[in-house]
Design a protein around this ligand. Structure first.
Ligand code: OGA
Ligand code: MN
Length: 285
């Protein structure tokens, strides 16, 4: 048995992006028609929130597999028996040893841009969410690109950027500890600063500041300044949506045309527990 498009209702969440769908029970994975409807909603709205789920990792994985191929990321802890379903928890700590929380993704970014083929989608399932704080913010990178003056867009269209898991040229704050052999297996990659979405054909700024080592053929500091200026531009309120989590939300976003940011502002002692799946993507062009 599959979940079907019969009883679902969509509600726009933000002015510039994001839509919620209610009435789905993902104990059964979406059938082909529903999967198509959900994909269309995601492509048109960049962020799709499926409300009200209470499913296990197997059903979650089966649903996300209708969007594409789930990827395994060995450096992130995962649900026992499900290597592609990783966990994001308020109990996560880094190795600085001061007991402070590790808030993964607390700077504006797109996921896994240090890969030659970064993930296309990221999915978070809010199993426990704090009453206050812990929102996830999103920026619409199509809209940010389209709002730039034509001459600037033409210039940005020509630029290429070297991305690295741990950029040599930046201090990036608290991060997960990565085994040296994993780092060594991930050489720098080059991506365009403006990418064309392979499914919509639209252009978007493609930025993940803390993974961007330098802009090719540009002086390092000037490249960093340009990236910071573009982040400031793209994260103006008119391009952004802030997701306030409800327990049971599955939020899926398109990393090819958005940036996002975690907020670690929930009270000490409050629980936030997410199951995360990323979906395979193509080399940006
Ligand atoms: C991520 C991420 C944001 C959050 O999972 O890639 O950035 O709010 N998460 O937890
Ligand atoms: Mn992220």
């Amino acid at each position: 048995m599959s979940a079907t498009a019969g009883d679902i209702a969509f509600t726009k969440l933000g002015g510039v992006m994001a839509i919620a769908v209610e009435g789905l029970d993902l104990h059964h994975a979406p059938d082909a028609e529903l999967a198509k409807t959900l994909r269309r909603a995601l492509l048109d709205n960049l962020v799709l929130c499926i409300r009200g789920q209470s499913i296990g990792p197997g059903a979650y994985l089966a649903t996300i597999a209708t969007f594409g191929e789930p990827l395994v990321r060995p450096e992130i802890p995962h649900v026992s028996g499900y290597p592609a379903v990783t966990t994001l928890s308020s109990d996560d700590r880094d190795t600085k040893g001061d007991g402070k929380r590790l808030i993964a993704g607390s700077h504006w970014h797109s996921d896994d841009t240090f890969m030659a083929k970064p993930c296309s989608l990221t999915c978070l399932y809010g199993i426990e969410v704090p009453d206050t704080g812990g929102d996830t913010e999103f920026a619409n990178m199509y809209a940010a690109y389209e709002a730039l003056p034509p001459a600037e867009r033409r210039h940005l269209d020509t630029l290429r950027v070297v991305h690295m898991m741990k950029p040599a040229s930046r201090a990036v704050g608290r991060t997960r500890t990565i085994a040296p052999e994993l780092l060594a297996a991930r050489p720098p990659v080059v991506h365009p600063l403006v990418r064309t979405h392979p499914e919509t054909g639209r252009k978007a700024l493609y930025i993940s500041r803390n993974r961007m080592d330098h802009i090719v053929d540009m002086e390092i500091a000037a490249g960093h300044q340009l990236i910071d200026d573009l982040v400031a531009h793209a994260t103006q309120p008119q391009f952004c949506y802030r997701h306030k989590w409800r327990r049971g939300d599955i939020v899926i976003w398109d990393d090819r045309c958005t940036m996002h940011k975690a907020n670690g502002d929930y009270p000490e002692g409050a629980r936030r527990f997410m199951n995360r799946i990323i979906v395979a993507g193509d080399a940006p062009y």
